[in-house]
Design a binder for this molecule. Sequence first.
Ligand code: PGA
Length: 247
Amino acid sequence: MKKLAAGNWKMNGTKASLAEVSALLAAHPAPVCEMLLCPPATLIDRMAETAKGTTLLVGAQDSHAKPQGAHTGDLSVAMLKDAGATHVIVGHSERRTDHGETDDLVRAKAQAVVDAGLIAIVCIGETEAERDAGQTLAVIGTQLDGSIPLGATATNVVVAYEPVWAIGTGRTPTLSEIAEVHSFLRGRLRGLVGEEAAGVRILYGGSVKPSNATDIFAVPHVDGALVGGASLKAADFGAIVAALSAA
Ligand code: PGA
C-alpha cells in the first residue's frame, strides 16, 4: 500500500498560487508516498497541466451525485475527470455542516466517483461534543457504514478520519486517541469490504503540520494525511510529504 499525502486547499487559491505547486514539485519530484492536491474547482484544469509528467495527483473537493442536469453551480464527476481530477473528496465535515450533507448523500457522491473510475476520499469525524460524550467510535462507525459506496476496494476508496474539532484549530487528538480510532476503522472496514480492508488507506486529518506529522505517521493504521491549511505552502506540505515518505 502506498501512503497518501493529500492536500485540501478548500476555498483558497488563484492562478498565482500555482507557483506553490511548481515549488513543491521542484523540492519533491519523486516522493516515496503519493502526493495529491485538491484545489478549488477553478484551478483543477491548470493544476493538472502543471502536474503533467510529474508524480503529483490532482483532485476535487466535492462533486454532485448526478451525471448531469439542472443543478446550477454544481459539477459532475465526469466534468471533474475531464478537467484532470483523479480523486474526489466527499463528505468533508465542512460540506456536511455548511451544506447539510447526510451520509446518504455522501454515499451517493462516493458511488458516482467510483463508478466513474475515480478515487473517492470519504471523510468522517466526530464533533467535540460527541467526543466528550464518549460517542466517538459510535458516530464514526455509523458515518463509515453509511458513506462507503458499493463495490468499494483498496484502490477506489480512501477513508479520512477528521475530528471536526481538530480541523483548522491547531488542536489534535492524542496519538493514542488517533490509534484507537484508526484501528477501529480498520476493523469496521473489514466488515464492510472484507479482505480489501487491509489495503484501504485510512488518512488522519485535522491540524496536521510539519511539527506533528512524523509522530502522527508513526501511529499504526495511519496511512497518510488529509491536510488543509498546511497544504497551501510548498514548504509546509513538502515537509509533510517528506515525513510520510520516511514513515
Ligand atoms: P486543517 O484541515 O489541516 O487545516 O486542519 C484539514 C481538513 O479539513 O482536511
